[in-house]
Design a protein around this ligand. Structure first.
Ligand SMILES: NC(=O)c1ccc[n+]([C@@H]2O[C@H](COP(=O)([O-])OP(=O)(O)OC[C@H]3O[C@@H](n4cnc5c(N)ncnc54)[C@H](OP(=O)(O)O)[C@@H]3O)[C@@H](O)[C@H]2O)c1
Length: 286
């Protein structure tokens, strides 16, 4: 079964490639943006690698030739997510891709977060496409915590731009990737939309307690005002669209949190989802 993974050099794409190579029936193929990402994709198990920009129709037409199933991961916070989704769907139709699996997000209905709302529009296009589809809607990943690793190690501070009591149901990306590989290679998932969330409701304050316990040193969660976060993000060269979109996301988190229910993930995995403590025991950088 020939499966194309888009965004294959990214955080999610690499995890999905890793999960696919563990499946005997899957022959993974990769779409990456830059030539220097080809080697990593090959080493991750890609039988072929297409290099190109997802905003280019010709790239889609080439990458989806002789592909049985497409796992579409749009680049994070991309302003053209809806157009990219449209091109992916159109190429899948033209090249007769049998199964389109879309990596969406938990609560795509939220208009206040543009990257969620754009995913809902892509889901809507899939319904109308005539393609067999499956949609995964993951909550935020545990791996995102590692973005703050430097200050956790240097200062013992886990800094977040929303209140430290904000509730989340974080997921281990490896669990998400396992589900992705499963729906791509096993029957019975056509037409399904799966909300994927962890089973524990955790706040940044509670996460800091786990980080401290596992590392055997003090870690405190600290609220960082949004303006301060923005100044730092801009100084670090973050793309202006991503800055605005992340600000909207953090403001939403501050108002409502970002949490769901773990039943679907437990059912799909056939076991308890990985807990934050279990994940951090193996993932903590040394
Ligand atoms: N992070 C979470 O907690 C979470 C939760 C649920 C859903 N999601 C969704 O998961 C998706 C992937 O997120 P991620 O964090 O894995 O992304 P990521 O690590 O930023 O990876 C995105 C990949 O796409 C590539 N790319 C960027 N622009 C491109 C273009 N125009 N054409 C072709 N490739 C391009 C990037 O290459 P370069 O290195 O060249 O930029 C990178 O390899 C996003 O849609 C996000 O909303 C994330």
């Amino acid at each position: 079964m020939h499966i194309l993974v888009t965004g294959a050099a990214g955080k999610t794409g690499q995890a999905v490639m890793r999960a696919l190579v563990e499946r005997d029936t899957a022959v993974p193929h990769a779409l990456v943006r830059r030539p220097e990402q080809m080697e990593a994709a090959r080493q991750a198990g890609a039988a072929s690698v297409t290099v190109g920009d997802m905003r280019d129709t010709a790239v889609w037409r080439t990458a989806t030739q002789q592909i049985d199933a497409l796992y579409h991961i749009c680049p994070n916070m991309h302003p053209a997510e809806v157009d990219i989704g449209r091109m992916a769907i159109e190429a899948a139709q033209v090249n007769g891709v049998g199964h389109f699996v879309y990596h969406s997000v938990l609560h795509p209905q939220v208009e206040a977060m543009p990257h969620h709302w754009h995913k809902l529009r892509v889901e809507e296009m899939l319904f109308a496409s005539g393609l067999d589809f499956t949609i995964l809607q993951p909550a935020a990943y545990m791996q995102n915590v590692l973005a703050g690793w430097q200050s956790i190690m240097a200062e013992g501070i886990y800094r977040v731009p929303y209140p430290v009591e904000t509730p989340f149901t974080l997921l281990d990306l490896a669990d998400v990737a396992r589900v992705a590989a499963m729906v791509l290679t096993e029957p019975g998932h056509r037409g399904a939309i799966y909300e994927l969330a962890g089973t524990e409701i955790l706040t940044p304050a509670a996460m800091a307690v786990v980080l401290a316990e596992v590392m055997g040193r003090a870690v405190t969660a600290v609220f960082q005002p949004l303006d301060e976060w923005q100044t730092q993000a801009q100084a670090a060269g973050l793309d202006p669209y991503a800055v605005v979109t992340l600000r909207q996301m953090f403001a939403y988190y501050a108002r409502h949190g970002f949490w769901g229910n773990g039943n679907v993930l437990r059912w799909l995995l056939g076991r308890e989802p990985t807990t934050f403590a279990q994940w951090f025991h193996t993932a903590k950088p040394h």
